[in-house]
Design a protein around this ligand. Sequence first.
Ligand SMILES: [Fe+2]
Length: 375
Amino acid sequence: MHSARHLDSRAIDIAQSLRRRGREVWPLLRRNADLGQVVTVHRDLPNERAETAAWRAGEPIFLPGILGDAPKRFATEIDDCLQMFDRLRDGGEFLDEVEARIGDDDNLRYAGSTVDQDDPREVERIFVNAEVDDAVVAEDLWAKLAWITTEEVDASLRIRFSNGLDQQEEWLATSDQTVSWVDQFALRTFPECRAVLSNAALRKRLDRLIARRYRLSERIIYNNAPGGGAVFHHDAEPSQFGVVFTQLNGRTAWFTMAKPRLAKLLVRYGMRNARQAIAAMDSGCDELVQDILNRDASFAAMLAANGGLFLLQAGDAILLPSPSFQACAWHSVVAVGDRPSLAHSYGIFGRADDYGLAGDPWLARSPGSTRSIHG
Ligand SMILES: [Fe+2]
């Protein structure tokens, strides 16, 4: 599947002619790296067979328009959120924003704030506890506001919801009752989560692909700003099946493909062999490979020509499966357009019996669903 096409300098005249015919052509610029341009070519949902094969291979699955009219139905909440990010970018207080959103919540109680002096990207972390009938049922739930990078040219912000210590070991060891409240914290603070969590079409596809009880957690609200985005990485963690990323406003471009195929392209681009390419990718600090993956317009064109470039607009989703560390969807994001956008990213995890005690729209039986795999 190939939803977008990269245009190099030789194709600028094509881009101009597309523009004259009213088609959208967007420059791909991230932190001063010029990665060419992107234009939408086609926007078809994959059939079941292609989708299943992609899921198993760790290949990205582009789901254009899967959210239906949700971006319109939640336009007020989405707009409120964009304005909130604008205020935060201008130095507004994160706590004031959270207080205005859930200050009178029935269950969530403010428990303190911290700023990590060792992480220059972190702005503030706000902690809440969850209470039911005056008893604390979950502690140390947090929302962390952070810049995506320390580079000034990229003003992208994100808010991540989690709990306990930031170390992976802790959030993986957490009970599902606690993560249920973390997810509730995200939902109550940003009600536009329902645009994703109440979506029957997305739910149907994920139910079929995952085929076991699961939850959408570690929720992140993204406000990618022009000239910004995320460099190539993966999110393959133990117990995480993948990521579902949904665009609620504006656009993002994605370079993404399964790790083995990405390594093969690096070999075609001059690396000695796949083993060397994979070792360089895994090291995370191989400057040559980092440059090729993130700053090289010719390699970007190669990715695009091999189906590795997607343009997401409001209402679209992309799934990033991670069936294993060896075969997972590596991805990088480029903010597209002239103002910051809004998107949600949720991790997909297996679910225990004590998840859902706090309630989550995702667990409701989806309309038209003929089977139920949740309990
Ligand atoms: Fe990611």
